[in-house]
Design a protein. Sequence first.
Length: 254
Amino acid sequence: MPTWSKNSSHKSNPDMTTTLPIATRIEAAVAHIPGWSPIDQLLTLFTLAYASADLPGDILELGSWCGRSAVALGMAAQITGHTKIHCVDLFPEKNDWYRNADGTYSFAVNINGRMVGAYGEQTVWAEPYERDIAPVYQRYAGILEAFNATIAANGLTAQVTPVKGDLTSFAASVAPGFSLRMAFIDGDHSYEAVSKDIAIVERFLVPGGWICFDDAFSTYAGVDQAITEYVIDSGRYHLCQQLTRKLFVARFSG
């Protein structure tokens, strides 16, 4: 039993970054970062990245926007050391967006001479575009500038690297022997795109590594179908589980 007296001694004053709850740190860091990732999802991503630090390989994020989830992943990499976070996004400029005939919005970005579109099947309605997206372009020259500002403000430039492109271009750029211990997929939500993203990630995911999906089993039929066919029913994964309202994760068996 401890004895609380004037003769008691305390060995050290711990670093506040060690004793301050990580949920508190994450919530404070992302409070003013534009985006839609809820705190419970960010904490889950941090926990998976932190707990899998003994595995080889880096972490991949597909779909970064202004960096909310990249901050959570970057914090885990900073604490555990060595791991790099590769944030792959189309990072659209304002002029990449166009208005559809029904008043909704989509965009397309030129990646190495190849036009890559987004929000094709699930377009962005005018109200959320004007409320959530347009203000970012009033504050920054583009999404990549906003992302870089987020990462720099949180001291994570050594851990987090933005990559303008899609998974096809990213996969073509990595060195031989490149591997992943975790991937967070939040790109195009069509069935075809998610299925392709899973296939690409599996080329690099180490046994025991985690694959995570945003907007799973919520409102996107294509996401749900791809996860069901290529993850849950594939026999290549275990510990398949919806962990938050819209985040699904599974551990790769190889």
